[in-house]
Design a protein around this ligand. Structure first.
Ligand code: WQD
Length: 330
């Protein structure tokens, strides 16, 4: 198939582009490289021994998208802003980029006769939920502008499926972590405030010691539980989702269903490195839910997908990537 990947130079996009190339697909990436990395795509192509087409553009440019959509069978739409905290400060940027950009993409797809899409959604659509593990049927109650844009993106697709007969699949990622087994592509540590990059940053510079956000939660060890999923498993999920061609919109959780606590993650790194993660226990972070876990059964039933990589593999691959690329892609 010929596949257009918007945001294909990002952390998740690069892993998926690599898997698509290895599976023999033609790939065209549209990325504005605001956070994506040219070097990441260069390495993905090198590992795959195949090349993809790269179009440097914002998805707000409909003319560029229409050109890039020539001959495309399906779109995977990764391009979006993804920082929950930032979305609380600048909601309008998230509405413009994530919703405005996506609307432009959908119009360009209509103009080009492309009617299949896999969409990067997020567990952030759920917000705080009482029932764990979370089934897809749980009502969306996002508690950030970021989560709202992901939910509304899904709703746009629901209508495109209903009104135009599209085949649309929304993948609700839980907590993607880890890196490609080669150690050549991964998430640049400078990229943010998520737990894994923060652990690696703390190892790099003990002055940036990690704060464990809350040790008094009602969980087995008092720290928060999250459903971490290896980025390579998540990537394979996209290839499975591409096989769903029936008209309609469906949303799937993509997680393992086996949550881990913050302490377990730190323990995992300490076991692997033989060194303590520089950290201190601190207060809860505003907005954190005590526990999140996916019910992954619906995606499994629809596609046979199963996450096979365990916590050790998440930790060892993240460490390999980090030690081989202490300055990220620079
Ligand atoms: C994980 C756990 C923290 C940093 C966010 C988004 C979600 C998705 C993934 C996009 C929590 C704890 C963290 C630190 C810590 N993104 N932690 N010290 O908040 O579960 O999910 O990223 O779709 O939508 O909300 O991920 O990695 O920030 O936190 O103790 O310095 O690690 O409290 O329990 P989160 P995270």
């Amino acid at each position: 198939m010929r596949i257009l990947a918007t945001g294909g130079a990002g952390y998740i996009g690069t892993h998926v582009v690599l898997d698509l190339l290895e599976a023999g697909h033609d790939v065209v990436v549209v990325d504005d490289f605001s956070t994506g990395e040219r070097q990441a795509l260069a390495r993905a192509q090198e590992i795959a021994g195949q090349t993809c087409e790269i179009v440097a553009s914002d998805i707000a440019d409909g003319a560029v998208l229409r050109e890039a959509l020539q001959g495309v069978d399906a779109v995977i739409h990764f391009a979006a802003y993804k920082r929950v905290g930032e979305s609380m400060e600048r909601p309008e940027h998230y509405f413009r980029n994530n919703l405005g950009g996506m609307a432009t993409l959908l119009s360009a797809m209509v103009d080009s006769g492309v009617d299949r899409i896999v969409y990067s959604s997020s567990a952030a659509v759920y917000g705080t939920q009482e029932v764990l593990p979370i089934p897809e049927a749980a009502a969306g109650r996002p508690d950030s502008p970021y989560g709202l844009t992901k939910l509304q993106g899904e709703q746009m697709l629901e209508w495109m499926a209903d009104r135009r007969g599209w085949s649309a699949t929304s993948l609700r990622y839980f907590n993607p972590v880890g890196a490609h087994a080669s150690g050549h592509i991964g998430e640049p540590v400078a990229n943010g405030a998520n737990l894994f990059p923060r652990v690696l940053d703390a190892y790099a510079d003990a002055r940036k010691a990690l704060t464990v956000f809350g040790t008094d939660y009602d969980t087995p060890d008092g720290t928060c539980l999250r459903d971490y999923i290896h980025v390579c498993d998540l990537s394979q999920g996209h290839l499975k989702a591409l096989e769903l061609t029936e008209p309609g919109h469906r949303a799937f959780n993509v997680g393992t269903g086996r949550p881990h606590s913050v302490r377990e993650i730190l323990d995992g790194f300490e076991r692997h490195t033989g060194r303590r993660v520089p950290h201190t226990d601190g207060p809860r972070r505003a907005g954190d839910v005590p526990a999140a876990a996916a019910d992954p059964s619906r995606f499994h039933q629809a596609t046979g997908f199963e996450a096979t990589r365990d916590l050790d593999e998440m930790v060892t691959s993240a460490w390999r990537w980090f030690t081989q690329n202490t300055n990220g892609y620079r």
